[in-house]
Ligand binder design. Sequence first.
Ligand SMILES: [Zn+2]
Length: 146
Amino acid sequence: MSYGIWFDVPLTCLNGHAPLSGREARLFTSHLNPEAIDRAVHIGDVLPLATNDFEDAYFTIRSPGDDTLILIIEQFDCPVCHRAQWALIEFERLGDASYRLRNVTTVPLTPDVVRGANFISRRMDIWIETNPDDAWIAELVGELRR
Ligand SMILES: [Zn+2]
């Protein structure tokens, strides 16, 4: 059983609504935190995460292997235009069960961005069902292939 992590960081909306405070953007990943609480994290915070925690919480695009930097694409909704936005979350590995939140930025959902990431939101399966133009993502994400 694991709990969620709120990324309390300022974000931009690519439709021109910025800056959004972390509380407005409400960027959240369920089932990522191995601690028995939901918690808010800020840039620079160190979390007791292991690689398999990321594999449980997200779909895997490319296994990080020995990379010290883990790149994750997670979804949030702009509170102004209510359109889905995509955040690139960067974690730096400090040890076997220790990762530091390094950066979070809003990115467009393009093939280069998806190919460059290690993990992508579990909400992606519902996103593809309702946004068939983005079905190409399933070709890049092994677990999403049908
Ligand atoms: Zn917006």
